[in-house]
Design a protein around this ligand. Sequence first.
Ligand SMILES: Cc1ncc(COP(=O)(O)O)c(C=O)c1O
Length: 399
Amino acid sequence: MDINLLLARADTPGVKHVAHLNNAGASLPPKPVIDAVTDHLRLESELGPYEAAERAQAAVERGRGALADLIDCHGDELAMFESATRAWGAALSSIPLRPGDRVLISPMEYGSSYLAFLHLAHRTGAHVEVLPVDADGLVSAADLRDRVDERVKLIAMTHVPMHDGLIYPVASIGRVAREFEIPYLVDASQSVGQLPVDVREIGCDMLVGCGRKFLRGPRGTGFLYARRAFAEQLSPGAVGLDGVEWDGAGYRFARAARRFDTWETNYATRIGLGVAVDYAMSWGIENTWRRIRALAADLRRDLAGISGITVQDRGRERCGTIALTVHGHTAHRVRAELQRAGINSWVCLSNAACVDMRRRGLDSLLRVSVHYYNSVEELARLCNVLESLPVPAAVGAMS
Ligand SMILES: Cc1ncc(COP(=O)(O)O)c(C=O)c1O
């Protein structure tokens, strides 16, 4: 089924104000999400926040159920967090590691996630090894297989990085992890809501996601999936009420991933995330993915035809995130020009994708990222502004 663009845009008040091509940062929320968040804040102010939470308990739990349906897991395999970074930290701090253990990661990890690995190595004495990639920027499952030995205690991959259109072959890597029974953690912050993410198909033990990006949920929402039998063995680095069953004498962790839950949270955004997931599913993730892929492929082709622009993405299959450099202009300057023209984009600095960008000698990239609610006209406006940038003489003479 094709996405009904008129309906999608009518549901997205932000499109009247801006051409939003920063969906990999955070998407424009649709009306039902805006209403759910503001309605709950109003309810808190009228009933009292605790009383409003009691009234809205079903909506809060509905969110977890909706997410479980989306990624094909059980509700008790999900813990809710205020960011993907927090969920990632909770996952890493619960995996027992000893000096000399090996942790294999991709070079596409988000900056905070990579820092968490450095910290993990410092705390535990484990060796964190960044895997090599092929010409398309991908880790190969066959190469990974050759590197595995009994000291490997964790494999971690990012499904889609923040600074590139490539999509990692997380399911084929999952098969290697399963074969050797090595815990497998996947960062789906950029993929969930953009393309199908199915934890059973990926074969991961843990997966982290983010609400504000392609799911179009509120800011300050993230989650951790932990496979039930795997989660039952984990000892969270931090605990709180809701994550433990406590009788005053002793305590037991709550079942599966619920052990990561803490009592206090932002109810309005949690309800909003559930509504965002329901909304995403009402369009159909396959339909969303088909439109994003088509828009991005056309845009890449058009951008590549503009003098001075180099599309920097790699990957055999690419998603809605496009990274580029503009000869003779800094990414910050181009972003400012676009902003003046009412177009949102983003600058990825090398600290946010530190391993990969530094390896490739890239200090910064201009990122444009499309969602299904973007129109062809918005993308044409982007190309017009980029075409109108003054081309340095040497490039002009070459083209
Ligand atoms: C691939 C990836 N992982 C993790 C994160 C961290 O998400 P959060 O800002 O919710 O902690 C981001 C944020 O941009 C990201 O792009």
